[in-house]
Design a protein around this ligand. Structure first.
Ligand code: SAM
Length: 415
């Protein structure tokens, strides 16, 4: 089969624009691998859910865990009941988004070349890390221990050779930094390797991170206003049943988010803010009516992240009320006069776009910078930050109580 230009570009970038619908398919592994020179993200480690063994057959009931059994039984017999007023509004939003989501999905299903390519994404049997296993460091716990101020991370950087006059020469420098409550910059020619408690972390070049609790988030505010950020991605630990059940990470009361210093983090020349939300109507109302106005975000628009399996099918029934196979993200501008945008070096957001990808670990979101680059105001390359991050990107600042989580070397292999 002849490979089309879009597929060739997808191979290089991890971004595939589907014809006609304005929908985009992303391959997070390909996108992330553009950030590394000596390492690569292992697909079976990223797409761990697609590599899990198939669900048990009904014959295996004796060995099934009680919680899993209850969940299966709940899903098998959904009790029909009347929706309450909030749920009816959520259902109306879903009905409004439905044709757009279906048409985006249809364009993916029709693209046989992409599907064939996709099926190979989760082929093969490289090591599959037991994510969340006891061997991984639990930064959330370590950060709250009385020992936290004494923990150091040792980072091995490769820096250009100061006196070297031949190309490609470098010096290796090993430096220790306090791991918690300190801003760490990875200023190196390629990825650096960090060591903490006998585990290795792969740190992309020019990345920066601050591992703290929410109480210290104001330490991120830049000293000078022209050092603010042009892209601010926020993925809060919203309170919800699924996170509680899975004990995936601690959550924060929604109202705490009102104090996130988003205005102070925004660049004076403007910022695009991206906020991941859940499908709960009560949260959507809080975000649209209180949170975004408090942060100074103007005219938010919605994008959808539709989750698919490696064969292109949806990860679940589109119409299942409490388990939609999609999540929403709200996008809007800060410090940008969208009426007087003429002559600026960026394109204004077009609403209601659909992003599709195969999901990784629980709550892990696809990387967005490439997809959004044309909509980011301010100087190029843009300054980008992720709040409540669990991974690092080159040129970005990542903040949260576990920004090194997915940088553990178990998610990587040497190139
Ligand atoms: N964007 C991430 C990703 O793609 O993998 C997922 C972020 S997850 C929804 C929310 C994150 O906020 C978790 O890593 C959680 O541990 C962190 N978090 C929870 N409470 C926090 C707090 N008090 N301070 C800082 N981070 C917190």
């Amino acid at each position: 089969m002849e490979i089309c230009d879009e597929l060739r570009s997808f191979e290089a970038t991890g971004v595939y624009r589907l014809d006609g619908t304005g929908a985009t398919f992303l391959d997070p592994v390909r996108i992330l691998n553009g950030s590394y020179q000596r390492f690569r993200v292992v697909p079976s480690a990223y797409y761990s859910r697609s590599f899990e063994p198939p669900p048990r057959q009904v014959g295996d009931l004796e060995t099934e865990q009680p919680e899993k059994r209850r969940k299966r039984q709940r899903n098998q017999k959904p009790k029909p009941r009347e929706l309450n007023a909030m749920e009816r509004i959520a259902e109306a939003r879903h009905q409004e988004a439905r044709p757009l989501l279906l048409s985006a999905h249809e364009s993916l299903i029709k693209d046989k070349q992409l599907l064939e390519y996709l099926s190979k994404t989760t082929d093969g049997k490289e090591h599959t890390p037991d994510a969340g296993s006891v061997s991984e460091n639990n930064f959330v716990e370590l950060g709250t221990s009385w020992r936290a101020p004494f923990y150091d991370i040792t980072i091995c950087f490769r820096k250009p050779h100061v006196l070297g006059n031949w190309e490609g020469s470098f010096d290796v420098q090993k430096t220790s930094f306090p791991l918690f409550n300190s801003i760490i910059n990875v200023e190196a020619i390629d990825e650096a390797e960090g060591e903490f408690q006998n585990r290795r972390y792969i740190l992309p070049r020019e990345s920066c991170f601050l591992m703290t609790d929410y109480k210290h988030v104001r330490d991120l505010i830049p000293g000078r206003s022209n050092q603010g950020y042009n892209l601010i991605v926020v993925d809060p630990p919203w309170e919800n049943g699924c996170v509680r059940q899975k004990q995936a990470y601690p959550t924060l009361p929604n109202r705490y988010l009102l104090y996130l210093p988003v205005q102070e983090l925004a660049h004076t020349s403007g910022a695009l803010l991206v906020l991941w939300i859940t499908n709960r109507e009560k949260l959507r109302v809080f975000v649209e009516q209180e949170l975004l106005p408090t942060w100074g975000v103007k005219d938010p628009t919605v994008f959808y992240w539709l989750k698919v399996k490696p064969d292109g099918s949806l990860i679940g029934d589109l119409d299942l009320f409490h388990h939609r196979p999609y999540e929403c993200l709200l996008l809007g501008y800060i410090n940008v006069n969208t009426d007087a945008k003429q002559g600026s070096n960026f394109k204004l957001l077009e609403g209601s776009q659909v992003i599709m990808s195969v999901p990784g670990a629980h709550s892990r979101k696809p990387p967005l910078e490439k997809l959004l680059s044309e909509y980011i105001p301010g100087p190029k390359p843009p300054r980008c930050i992720e709040l409540f991050a669990r991974e690092l990107f080159p040129g970005w600042t990542s903040w949260g109580n576990e920004p090194l989580h997915f940088q553990d070397s178990i998610y990587f292999a040497e190139k």
